[in-house]
Design a protein around this ligand. Sequence first.
Ligand code: HEM
Length: 362
Amino acid sequence: MSRFVPYSPSVEVIPDDEAETIDKIIQSMHRLSDRTQEQNRHAIRVSHAKSHGVAVGELVVSEALPPELRQGLFAKPGTYPVVVRLANVPGEIESDAVSTQRGLAVKIFGVEGEMLPGHAGEVTQDWVLDTGDRFAAPTAKAFLGIHSGLEHAPQVAEGVKEAVSKVSRATNVALHAIGVDSANMDFFGHPKIHPLAEAYFTQAAIRYGDYIAKLAVVPVSAAQRTLADQKLDTANDPDALKTATVDYLRQNDAVFEVRVQLCRDLDAMPVENANKEWKEDESPYRTVATLTLPRQDAYTETRRKYVDDELSFCVSHSLVAHRPLGSIMRARLQAYPVMSRHRRMANGGLLEEPRSIENVPA
Ligand code: HEM
């Protein structure tokens, strides 16, 4: 047996009613989008609506990787320009006092190779990552249940959400302290950590060339490590995450390692259950590249407007070699293109994918 599970299309098992489930998710997202568009008089993302950093930088693929890690984008050393968007999870704009998980979306330019259908001829690879090493729901069907509740969130008063997230945060700390894992609780009560001190994960599996993997982007600079203990003043600053991100990047570079966890066993490290932890003692995350955001103004109004309104970070913007895998990813492959097109058309924005970092304003 191979040390790592080889990729083959048969690692995905598609339930008969999946198309219907995904349709229902997209309908629920349309209802949420209509609500928030009316509230904001502007179309915003149905998830991760509020950004707190829009930065440019570069990705450097490591040299001399072992053969099993030399796959897809990481097959040979190279340097690629990137634009990243850091954002809160909810599909609405609210005070950072409501603490939730956060996301990091990365668009890599100048990528060569066969792309997924719908992205053929393009030159970008997107990663759309969140804090936490696994997703709150195992499957699209379970996610539909969660989203059917979330679609009503914009009607709940902010004070109520703040109170819920405070309780969830306390419970979460208590659960972590006794070693119980709480991916679902974390979704609502994320600790108030500096966004540049966080690690971000694909949470669900992707193809990794000949193999299957999860991918993580992990902060590594000494300066970022000191941020982990920094208190974010969300009580007095509703945009505390943006303040913290912009303050740090005005003075310092942010450096992350891109790490890959290869699947060794489909039972212990399943593709079809995005809620199951892939244990690091079964297969550790290993570094394949470095992502650097040099010091800069990480929230100029022109760049923010471009990234928030005109760009779309989509899991379907991908090399075939890194196809997202499993039930949650198949739902994402359909939902992102539909919902991002809806958002951008509502705002009269561009629908083309950028071809160069030069398209991203300073
Ligand atoms: C592994 C689990 C997931 C992660 C890590 C994740 C992460 C993210 C992130 C970071 C964004 C913001 C992208 C940006 O800045 O442009 C986003 C947006 C979005 N997510 Fe997810 N998400 C997950 C699951 C899902 C699922 C299951 C669905 C639906 C089936 C979904 C649908 C969307 C949509 C429609 C957007 C907005 C797209 C746009 O308007 O540009 N996500 N997600």
